[in-house]
Design a protein around this ligand. Structure first.
Ligand code: SAM
Length: 199
């Protein structure tokens, strides 16, 4: 019963994230060729294609999953196996805080896009929010065997890293309405989704 509740919570969360993503990408020209960084089971890649937000998506992962909606290219978590600027959209949904070195991974992800960068991740500014993030992250990832090093963004420390590499912030949604109801009221402040464009 508990696993059923968790499963329904995960589905509602992913739908909430996708709705935010679609609301920011929908008004833009669809991406011809996109990269889904840390695609997991490929649910987002499949939704992006189905909604016509992208014409093509390449999923990339460090860890295989038993069941995938879109099969990923596997790599070792170091340099992405793609040439510079070969995608016109690179996106990362809840992945950077799982990386050994979020700044290095972010930098390499930016290397791969010629136009748009989309990040959905977290931010915290208090010990309480950090604890909440740690609990949610452990609970959401343990069953998939995904390591949780808790490399969360404190306040907005990632934003200058991105601007320094020649990207301009176009949209920042925070709090991002990823969860609904009273739970969302308590937790959406740790969620953000942002779009940058290469200058
Ligand atoms: C919370 S899951 C998110 C999966 C997917 N983006 C989604 O939202 O459904 C985090 C994913 O990041 C992957 N990951 C961890 N370190 C990574 C790295 N260095 N490069 C790419 N993916 C990584 C994990 O294997 C895991 O599937």
């Amino acid at each position: 019963m508990f696993s059923g509740v968790v499963q329904r919570g995960t589905e509602a969360y992913r739908r909430g994230v996708f709705d935010v993503l679609a609301s920011v990408l929908g008004p833009r020209r669809p991406a011809a060729n996109s990269l889904d960084f840390g695609s997991g089971d490929g649910w987002f890649a499949q939704q992006m294609l189905a909604a016509g937000l992208v014409s093509k998506v390449t999923a990339v992962e460090v860890q295989p999953r038993k069941k995938c909606f879109v099969q990923p290219v596997l790599f070792d978590g170091g340099r992405l196996p793609f040439p510079d600027r070969c995608f016109d959209l690179a996106y990362s949904i809840d992945v950077l805080h799982h990386c050994d070195d979020p700044r290095a991974s972010l930098s390499d992800l930016m290397r791969c896009t010629s136009r748009l960068l989309v990040i959905k991740d977290h931010t915290y500014s208090s010990a309480l929010c950090l604890r909440m993030l740690q609990l949610l992250d452990a609970q959401g990832n343990r069953r998939f065997g995904v390591p949780t090093p808790y490399h969360f963004q404190r306040r907005w420390e990632w934003l200058p890293w991105i601007e320094q590499e020649g990207f301009h912030l176009r949209t920042l949604i925070h709090p991002a309405p990823c969860h609904g109801g009273i739970f969302g009221w308590a937790t959406n402040r740790i969620q953000f989704l942002a779009v940058w464009e290469r200058l």
